[in-house]
Design a binder for this molecule. Structure first.
Ligand SMILES: CC(C)(COP(=O)(O)OP(=O)(O)OC[C@H]1O[C@@H](n2cnc3c(N)ncnc32)[C@H](O)[C@@H]1OP(=O)(O)O)[C@@H](O)C(=O)NCCC(=O)NCCS
Length: 248
């Protein structure tokens, strides 16, 4: 590996570590202040969880911006082009680290989550946008969803990504990282516990059922419902499923 790639990776990890550690300070300070102030009046005492919550949101967004816009942009290739990057090359190593860079934002959300149910609800799309997610309006990314490699994923307006699913834009194959963007159209649903591999496309209004999987490069045409692994056509949107076991 060339010296410059080593230096970039070293600087990336160093600055990321600093961002993560420093991001503990504001909340820690506020908590310390609230706990140690002897004559905290009742109103402020009752409001203290709200103060912590606001501090938490601001902290995560502020350090998310610092990390994504300064640290990642300075040290790693921010926009990764589709293609195949062998693991053992300089480019391959830098791409591998870039692909996981948005994990810092997710880690910050988890670390500070004294309110675990909020992570993934509204901060998630904003944070992932900082790392390049192309995300429309009213998108809901549910709790514990893994939108891997945010910069390679596009999600259209009003789409819903279900709980505990994985949407990704890369795969490790043949000792290389294969990068193929994934596109989820408008008004789509990715069912809970489902997997969407790289290079997949969802036409507008399409649905992938719960516990189903799209293999690399699979495409769902608009307004269709697909289920299973690998996902297969079930019905058109709005139609009723006929001849099911339940009808008999
Ligand atoms: C795909 C889905 C929309 C289909 O609903 P539906 O049209 O009412 O279909 P039915 O429930 O009548 O099922 C039709 C057939 O598909 C099968 N099926 C339905 N969902 C399936 C799934 N996720 N995986 C595998 N098979 C499935 C049923 O077993 C049934 O098979 P049968 O004909 O042999 O009896 C629904 O099952 C689903 O998965 N919704 C996703 C909900 C979700 O995850 N939301 C996000 C929450 S966080």
């Amino acid at each position: 590996m060339s010296l410059s790639a080593y230096i970039r990776i070293l600087v990336y990890f160093l600055l990321t570590g600093i961002v993560l550690i420093v991001s503990f300070f504001p909340e820690g300070w506020l908590l310390y202040y609230l706990v140690t102030t002897p004559q905290l009046d009742v109103i402020h005492y009752l409001l203290s969880p709200l103060y912590l919550f606001i501090a938490y949101c601001l902290t995560v967004l502020f350090f998310g911006i610092v990390h994504s816009q300064i640290v990642v942009r300075l040290t790693l290739p921010f926009q990764i082009k589709p293609g195949k990057y062998p693991h053992h090359t300089n480019k391959g190593r830098l791409v591998a680290i870039r692909l996981t860079a948005d994990g810092i934002f997710k880690s910050m959300l988890k670390v500070f989550t004294f309110l675990p149910f909020i992570w993934g609800i509204f901060l998630f799309p904003y944070g992932l946008r900082l790392y390049g997610l192309k995300c429309g309006k009213n998108v809901h990314i549910a709790t514990r969803t893994y939108v891997e490699t945010a910069g390679l994923v596009e999600i259209g307006d009003n789409s819903f990504i279900g709980y505990n699913s994985v949407v990704t834009g890369h795969a490790n194959e043949d000792r290389s990282i294969v990068v193929e963007p994934t596109k989820i159209g408008k008004d789509c649903l990715v069912g809970t516990y489902s997997i969407v591999a790289c290079g997949c496309e969802f036409g507008d209004g399409s649905t992938l059922g719960g516990m189903s999987g799209m293999l690399k490069g699979q495409k769902i045409p608009p307004n269709e419902v697909w289920i299973g692994l690998p996902a297969k056509f079930l019905r058109k949107r709005g139609e009723k499923t006929s001849n099911t076991q339940r009808d008999k």
